[in-house]
Design a protein around this ligand. Structure first.
Ligand SMILES: [Fe+2]
Length: 187
């Protein structure tokens, strides 16, 4: 069954808005970009927006089981019988695979699939060009921000370099597509 963006929004709001207002501000900004992009994306448009709403629910204190938010979020959504693609996109968002290696949860994440599509690239793009408070950031600035926020010893920082080529490639492909549909200046 598809997950309507409005339903995904409500789920995310319930899980994040009160407990993690800064994270919620980030999610709202990511979803807003996804909505704009989704209008040009055709049949995956609603899926992209719905996924953007729930991509960070794994940060919710109620859901944190493993402590690795892409996996916690994907497992939660899987338990709700969310569409498989949404579950998989959340599991692998923004180079989660590289982070999983640092975090030691590769086997658990391998239960999910990285679909490696334009929709997946665009989800990563929306996330990786939005700061933790919802501000607009250039990709390279966002990476620098992550490095600074987590510090050199954190697994997210260590994974940053491991996943950097993949992240850059996803952003490059996204920018090319956004330019081709006239959205490059809007998101
Ligand atoms: Fe995010």
């Amino acid at each position: 069954m598809p997950l309507a963006p409005s339903v995904a929004e409500e789920q995310a709001r319930r899980l994040l808005a009160e407990d993690l207002p800064r994270r919620w501000a980030h999610v709202m900004a990511v979803a807003q970009k996804a909505q704009i992009i989704g209008r040009e994306l055709g049949e995956d448009g609603a899926l992209l927006e719905a996924t953007a709403w729930v991509h960070d629910v794994g940060y919710a204190p109620d859901l944190a089981v493993v402590g690795f938010h892409p996996l916690d979020g994907a497992r939660y959504l899987d338990g709700l019988d969310a569409p498989r693609r949404i579950v998989d996109l959340v599991a692998f968002h923004s180079s989660a695979w590289a982070e999983a290696q640092e975090f030691g949860v590769v086997d658990e994440l391998a239960r999910f699939q990285d679909e490696r599509t334009l929709t997946r690239d665009l989800l990563w793009y929306c996330d990786m060009t939005t700061g933790p408070d919802g501000s607009d950031l250039e990709f390279e600035d966002r990476m620098a921000e992550v490095r600074e926020r987590y510090g050199p010893e954190h697994y997210v920082t260590r994974a940053l370099d491991a996943g950097m080529d993949e992240r850059r490639a996803a952003v490059r492909r996204s920018r090319e597509w956004l330019t081709s549909v006239g959205l490059a200046d809007q998101v």
